[in-house]
Design a protein around this ligand. Structure first.
Ligand code: 6PG
Length: 255
């Protein structure tokens, strides 16, 4: 069965995208918790999600989530300590985690500061397996929600153009060398990301406009445009866009 076509939703601006995604988070959390007793979510990093986290931390939204039943992960992390200015965990901690009653045991941070990056990736995969109650070397589990961003180069999570992680077909989490940024990242792979029930891209601003057309409407070129690798096997893929990012879309999606 081929993956469903992506669902494109366009909003006036970044704040409207953040508000709409917060409402989706709340809706999906309520549905997942009612259905199977918990909500498993992998957050994206970068700057876009900050507005979303700030909304989720505000009244009345924060009281609309049963945070005790949320299992929170990250789709990727920079290889820096958790208090570093570039840490995705730090941004989430400051904008959301200090403001909602999520148990510390439900916050699954990537130990990306570890000297042994491969160890950090393996430990994270084992932690995911433990929470889902599956074997760490078996088929990937299905997150209720995965949030992703897209970089101006077409990367998503830390799946950057022309990097080794794009070719990973077995492991759910890997350490990925990113030569173009002279760094390493820890990232979920498409094996895990495409197993999710609901994948939400949050993509705003004119720095994404041209690349978004290539990703959604241009020819498949996944090594150069890794965001094209995201096509949930049985789940849904929703793009939450502002008018700037979507300005050049024609509606002729390539999906
Ligand atoms: C990261 C992210 C990355 C991000 C995109 C978009 O760790 O940087 O996971 O994939 O989502 O680069 O970033 P912005 O939201 O800052 O544009």
């Amino acid at each position: 069965m081929s993956p469903a076509k992506p669902d494109l939703r366009i909003y006036a601006n970044g704040d409207a995208v953040a508000r709409a995604c917060a409402e989706e988070f709340i809706r999906l959390a309520g549905r997942a918790i009612a259905d199977h007793g918990r909500f498993t979510v992998a957050l994206s990093g970068g700057s876009t999600p900050k507005a979303l986290f700030e909304i989720l931390a505000m009244d009345p939204f924060k009281d609309e989530v049963d945070w005790w039943s949320v299992e929170l992960f990250w789709g990727d992390e920079r290889t820096v300590p958790p208090d570093h200015k570039d840490s995705n965990y730090r941004m989430t901690h400051e904008s959301l985690l200090t403001k909602v009653p999520i148990p510390a045991a439900n916050v699954h941070r990537i130990l990306a500061e570890s000297e042994d990056r491969d160890f950090a990736a393996r430990v994270y995969q084992e932690e995911i397996a433990h929470v889902f109650g599956v074997e760490p070397d078996g088929p990937p589990p299905a997150f209720d929600m995965v949030m992703l961003g897209m970089g101006p180069d077409g990367h998503t999570a830390s799946l950057f153009p022309h990097t080794a992680a794009l070719k990973e077909t077995k492991r759910w989490v890997v350490a990925n060398e990113v030569p173009q940024m002279n760094t390493w990242r820890i990232t979920m792979t498409t094996t895990l990301l495409n197993s999710a029930a609901n994948v939400y891209f949050l993509c705003v601003g004119d720095s994404k406009t041209d690349r978004l057309v290539e990703v959604l409407e241009g020819p498949k070129d996944t090594d150069r445009l890794p965001s094209q690798l995201i096509a949930p096997t049985t789940g849904r893929c929703i793009w939450m866009l502002d008018e700037s990012a979507a300005a050049k879309l024609t509606g002729k999606a390539n999906g």
